[in-house]
Write a protein of this length. Structure first.
Length: 191
């Protein structure tokens, strides 16, 4: 399988984008771009947790509705969700209706709410590697790294759930803590 595909605009992109317009926009504007802020990283952590076992495009297409029903992923608001909110979310076909993931998101929000402003951001980014080699092909892209494993352990120690090493590596990629745009991708060439 090719690691880079040319899009309709002639730009080479990481092949996972395929020909999906939303994936192309996400790849070009978000994936691998440094993301900061407790709220933004809480949203990313939550969505990556919901994605576990599913395709990211499923989450990406449902993201606007996720944002709506999870109060914009404001940790202070989500932390206050109760049993009625859980049942409301379980009945909402616009999101992934997984009780364990919904409960983990609420529990994780309470943990973020207890942290000092900027603490989640500092904690997560403290595990970003100083440098990493540009992957030549997708075979060079790991699913787990020592850093994602350490981040997962640090978050779990604090009580966070659905933050396994593979999920945390996906977060590190999407939040720009690592840059896994492969050789030949226009985003790799832009850096």
């Amino acid at each position: 399988m090719a690691s880079v595909l040319a899009g309709p605009d002639g730009r080479g992109r990481c092949a996972w984008v395929g020909d999906d317009v939303e994936y192309r926009r996400y790849h070009d504007e978000e994936w691998g771009t440094p993301l900061h802020g407790d709220r933004a990283l809480f949203e990313k952590m939550s969505l990556e947790g919901f994605q576990a076992g599913l395709s990211w495009i499923t989450i990406l297409r449902k993201r606007p509705h996720f944002r709506e029903v999870f109060a914009g992923f404001d940790p202070a608001l989500v932390a206050e969700f109760g049993d009625d909110d859980v049942e409301r979310l379980m009945a909402d076909a616009g999101i992934i209706r997984n009780r364990a993931k919904i409960l983990a998101t609420i529990s994780n929000a309470a943990l973020v709410r207890e942290m000092a402003d900027g603490e989640l951001d500092a904690l997560m980014w403290s595990f970003a590697p100083a440098t990493s080699a540009r992957p030549h092909t997708f075979d060079d892209v790991p699913a787990v790294t020592a850093e994602s494993t350490a981040l997962s352990k640090a978050l779990r120690k604090r009580g966070f759930r659905f933050v396994g090493p593979t999920t945390m590596y996906a977060l590190m990629q999407s939040a720009g803590m690592v840059d896994d745009h492969v050789d030949g991708c226009w985003r790799a060439a832009a850096r």
